[in-house]
Design a binder for this molecule. Structure first.
Ligand code: CP
Ligand code: NVA
Length: 313
């Protein structure tokens, strides 16, 4: 059996800013144990009889399948709640939805637009609320990325992660996650697409505490120089479809291709949360090449989220 970590029970996961470096390491270690147990087919019935509701206001492949399978593997059950089919889609408030769901479920996973909606859900729910992506953050993805980096690089502290592209939810969660664990992070975006200033301030504060460097620039070559990890994401996120054409022009010099990554360390690894657009933010020689670990990264969503569920629910 896994040790019980009482200090996690009942908590929300809205942003990694709410978790200490030590707690993030605990989640990663539990994830590694659960992954090993899964590979050895050792049962992990830590959530027997428990139910997770999954509210999706945006599309998903990985988040939906990994949470649903994760609950099943932990002995519990997940329910898909499409907001279009819920009264939420007809004007029932987030607060009332949270209060009612708290009487049925043991946890809520929500993917939506505004971070404040996830916060409102958590404020009115008596059960843990897990952020499955907002416009601002994607904490579960950042945890999976940390787990993947740890598996390949055997450490996190002192490494250099380069994030190239849009200063979006993925960039924000990586800024917070990296600074928490003492990993240096260099973010390069086109002008006008820099990360949110409040997130950057939170990350800089954490970085100071954990001896990590944060560089935000418009220079992808400088960002990638000697990087251990190179990360990118789509140029137009969900909800930004109408901006896709303008963004394609603004981001054209920020493609992760073989010329750019030739500046990284010879043994760098490439991460992408997926879905990817080959020929846009990344070329196929990089994402399908020997440095890419994107399939392990996707798999690790399952293992870290199982750790989060087992600890919080
Ligand atoms: N990376 C990620 O969150 O993928 P989905 O949008 O498919 O859930
Ligand atoms: N930045 C992307 C991530 C998808 C997992 C989006 O929000 O659409």
């Amino acid at each position: 059996m896994l040790p019980l970590y009482d200090k996690f029970k009942g908590r929300d996961l809205l942003t990694l800013a709410d978790y200490t470096s030590e707690e993030i390491h605990t989640i990663l270690n539990v994830a590694l144990q659960l992954k090993e147990m899964h590979k050895k087919r050792i049962p992990t019935p830590y959530l027997q009889g428990k139910t997770l509701g999954m509210i999706f206001q945006k599309a998903s492949t990985r988040t939906r399948v990994s949470f649903e399978v994760g609950m099943y593997q932990l002995g519990g059950q997940a329910l898909l709640l499409s907001s279009n089919d819920m009264q939420l889609g007809r004007g029932e408030t987030i607060a009332d939805t949270a209060r009612v769901l708290s009487r049925f479920l043991d946890g809520i996973m929500i993917r939506t637009f505004k971070q404040s909606d996830v916060e409102e859900m958590a404020e009115h729910a008596d059960i843990p609320v897990i952020n499955g992506l907002t416009d601002l953050t994607h904490p579960c993805q950042a945890l999976a990325d940390l787990l993947t980096i740890m598996e390949y690089k055997k450490k996190l502290k002192g490494l250099k992660l380069a994030y190239i592209g849009d200063g979006n939810n993925i960039a924000h969660s990586l800024l917070i996650a990296s600074s928490k664990v003492g990993m240096n992070i260099s973010v390069a975006t086109p002008k006008g697409y820099e990360p949110d200033q409040t997130i950057t301030m939170i990350a800089k504060d954490e970085a100071d505490r954990n001896d990590a460097d944060i560089v935000i620039s418009n220079d992808p070559f400088d960002a990638v120089k000697d990087a251990d990890v190179v990360v990118t994401d789509v140029w137009a996120s969900m909800g930004q479809e109408s901006e896709a054409e303008d963004r394609a022009k603004a981001f054209k010099d920020y493609q992760v291709n073989s010329k750019l990554v030739s500046n990284a360390k010879p043994d760098f690894i490439f991460l992408h949360c997926l879905p990817a657009h080959r020929g846009e933010e990344v070329t196929s020689d990089v994402i399908d090449g020997v440095h890419s670990v994107v399939w392990d990264e996707a798999e690790n969503r399952l293992h870290v989220q199982k750790a989060v569920l087992a600890l919080l629910l």
